[in-house]
Write a protein that binds this ligand. Sequence first.
Ligand SMILES: Nc1nc2c(c(=O)[nH]1)N[C@H]1C(S)=C(S)[C@@H](COP(=O)(O)O)O[C@H]1N2
Ligand SMILES: [Mo]
Length: 307
Amino acid sequence: MIFKRGRDIPSSEITPEGVYHDRREFLRAAAFAGLGTAAMATGAFAMNAAREVPQNADEPTSYERITHHNNFYELGTDKGDPAENGNSLKTSPWTVKVDGMVAKPGSYALEDFLKPSKVEERVYRMRCVEGWSMVIPWQGIPLSDVLKRAQPTPGAKYVEFTTLLDPTQLPYQKTNVLTWPYVEGLRLDEAMHPLAILATGIYAKPLLPQNGAPIRLVTPWKYGFKGCKSIVRIRLTDQEPVTAWVKRKATEYGFYANVNPTVDHPRWSQATENRVGEFRRRPTLMFNGYADQVASLYSGMDLRKNY
Ligand SMILES: Nc1nc2c(c(=O)[nH]1)N[C@H]1C(S)=C(S)[C@@H](COP(=O)(O)O)O[C@H]1N2
Ligand SMILES: [Mo]
């Protein structure tokens, strides 16, 4: 079959390299997303380009597993807790505030926050720092969209993300497993990278509370804890954000948190991973397999020091 890239297809519709690794996976993903022929054609176009990069075969993880094996400590520390306790989180109405070092700060109802952007389909490998991994078909908007709209001022260097603070909705905020609210951060250039998205759905369904409804960060080249859930605030700053995990144990959970099979966690190896649902462990890939896209962000940096 020959696909042509239509002239009328905006570049924002082109699936980024490394998302679809083979035709089978692409067609499955396209089918559940209900993509039209034009989008299918562009997907296939990108798929052919991506084929030059060897990738391991990546079957999307089942919806059942994606929604029942979670880390969301505000809803409990066992993997099954967030699915069980998620009902207490009220995800509508929802407000997202964008502030700090931006020319256009604002507080938006979620619908208005999303409206100017086109929701995109991204099938990403995800790797938890604890050693498990999944392949998740996300829907979301590029984080760069939101940042461009807010217009960071020249001194802005970092982006901080904050989860809702409300112990009535997130009952484990009454405990001190972490310092609440959960805070994460990225360098501004990382946040502007096209792979970084704010996700609102999985398998074309709105996010469930356990996955960080109604909107959460996704940075597939980093360990899962960067993916701040149920975000209420995005703040631009000139200081490296002090993240919840850096506060908890900076020697074990660094600010960068790039997936790196050659830098072990102090208490375990990061060389291999357990893809949830699989029996045999797989080798972990540098930057979780996204090195071609993101390695240049870290050129000249000592990744042992900046873990
Ligand atoms: N607010 C908040 N966000 C969070 C966490 C958390 O405990 N609280 N856990 C992180 C960790 S450690 C991982 S691995 C991912 C898991 O996302 P998932 O459950 O959607 O797979 O969420 C991240 N985001
Ligand atoms: Mo994690």
